[in-house]
Design a protein around this ligand. Structure first.
Ligand SMILES: [Fe+2]
Length: 235
């Protein structure tokens, strides 16, 4: 895990806020309404780096962070995704690892960037060192099912990674790290996730369903990532 304070400055945040509004006016195939009908809106759009300039610039900037974590000179952009929660929305994510959700080995990283003040001081919590522990089956985000590996918070004595984050800060998190996010949003909350794999990452089928776009991406198990995913050189 790594924290890069002030990764996106105020001008960049304004450009990204405008980009989110542009996406709302012209949603892409990955646009989703994540909130139940009649509740404060939670929406998301994915894979807009190629056609929305501000998101593309952010994806290129994030490559430097990711490649630094990989010790490489480039990284593969797996996906970009923004989220917007309206005031009053509650968007807690249970404890989980990102690794089970994408058929990519040995790991990937997510760079998470809040564009507004995150709700609650502990909006992102993670367990240091858990990338070296077991890999759990994917968490069920839509139910009260038990969280992978049990209760990670009550009775815990070892320190947790729970940085106080400001808009524009970037958190880089290993896909194997157990983490939880979210909470009640007293004000609108926008954030962007960028996911990158090392240049030598391989495809690896999962024994559970993965997102449709990953089922449709051509490529053999154990083979390289599809060439349709952008490989970006770090500046
Ligand atoms: Fe996650």
């Amino acid at each position: 895990m790594a924290l890069r304070p002030g990764f996106v400055d105020a001008v960049g945040r304004a450009e990204l806020a405008a980009a989110i509004e542009a996406c709302r006016r012209a949603p892409g195939p990955g646009f989703r309404i994540l909130s139940p009908p009649g509740r404060p809106l939670v929406i998301s759009d994915r894979d807009r780096a190629a056609d929305v300039a501000a998101i593309g610039r952010l994806a290129r900037a994030g490559t430097g962070l990711a490649a630094g974590a990989f010790g490489s000179t480039s990284a593969v952009l797996l996906e970009d995704q923004w989220f917007l929660s309206e005031a009053g929305a509650g968007t807690p994510s249970p404890w989980h690892q990102d690794q089970p959700f994408l058929p990519v080995e040995p790991f990937f990283v997510t760079i998470w960037i809040p564009l507004d003040p995150p709700p609650g001081r502990d909006s992102l919590r993670a367990i240091p060192g858990s990338q070296r522990g077991p890999l759990y089956a994917p968490a069920d985000f839509s139910s009260d099912a038990p969280e992978p590996g049990g209760d990670w918070e009550s009775g815990r004595t070892a320190p947790m990674f729970a940085p106080a984050l400001s808009p524009g800060d970037a958190v880089l998190i290993d896909s194997r790290v157990l983490h939880a996010t979210g909470g009640f949003c007293p004000a609108p909350f926008r954030r962007i996730s960028l996911r990158y794999a090392p240049p030598d990452a391989r495809l690896s089928p999962r024994p559970w369903p993965v997102a449709e776009r990953w089922r449709l991406l051509a490529g053999a198990a154990g083979g390289p990532l599809p060439l349709s995913l952008p490989r970006i050189a770090a500046d």
